[in-house]
Design a protein around this ligand. Structure first.
Ligand SMILES: N[C@@H](CCC(=O)N[C@@H](CS)C(=O)NCC(=O)O)C(=O)O
Length: 216
């Protein structure tokens, strides 16, 4: 049985991504949630799983994998039947490119709009110019992907790319950032995906992290 070490699923966007991928693949996995930023020894707990000191970490017997995208790739290899990447080489390359971009970019967006899946800001939040540039680039990625996708998701069937971008979609809902009309059908599909519905149900039970709730 695999073990996925995560932060509180309501807030930990990096944890959400492999959680969604494992759930969608129907993998036999147990989730081990560490209450990040809450309680005295959360850092030691994280370090006991990975010297990187961050979650998520996937534990498979004596193998411990950190970095969310590396975990998603590992699950794709463990579960080829789940088709977590499209069969088409070009779409697969695009999926890897936009997923790597998600993992390495959008710092202003992430800093100004922390993930808080179960919550809604009381008033829509105005992004800084840097965050507005990040948001525009995310919208470009979604629109360009959907324009070439066989549908209904970014690369055709649900893939790692959808899981990588789900936490950003969730931030837009939390902080009242309007989506371009062209991406709305994809957003609705993603919110209705069974793994997203299951994740949202888990997030309701996450421990509260006051430093993030204070940002609403
Ligand atoms: N590049 C890493 C980022 C992981 C990351 O930043 N995780 C956050 C939680 S969402 C964390 O562990 N933060 C604890 C800390 O920075 O001390 C990945 O993709 O897995």
């Amino acid at each position: 049985m695999l073990r996925l070490v995560v932060g509180p699923l309501n807030y930990s966007s990096w944890s959400m991504r492999p959680w969604l991928v494992l759930h969608h693949a129907g993998a036999a996995v147990k989730t081990h949630e560490i209450p990040l930023f809450v309680g005295p020894d959360w850092q030691e707990q994280v370090l006991s799983f990975s010297g990187a000191g961050k979650v998520p970490v996937l534990v498979d017997k004596n193998l411990s994998i950190h970095e969310s995208l590396a975990i998603c790739e590992y699950v794709a290899e463990l579960h080829p039947e789940a088709q977590l990447w499209p069969a088409d080489r070009g779409l697969r390359a695009r999926g890897r490119a936009i997923s790597a971009e998600m993992a390495s970019s959008f710092g202003a967006l992430r800093e100004e709009f922390p993930t808080n899946l179960r919550s809604r800001a009381s008033t829509p939040r105005e992004p800084s110019p840097a965050a507005a540039r990040d948001i525009a680039r995310v919208f470009d990625i979604w629109q360009a992907s959907l324009a070439t996708s066989p549908g209904p998701f970014l690369l055709g069937a649900f893939s790692i790319a959808d899981a990588m971008y789900f936490p950003v979609l969730s931030r837009f809902r939390t902080y009242g950032i309007a989506l371009p009309t062209a991406v709305e059908p994809w957003a609705e599909r993603l919110w209705a995906h069974p793994s997203v519905v299951a994740l949202a149900a888990e997030a309701v039970n996450s421990v509260a992290v006051p430093r993030y709730d204070a940002r609403l």
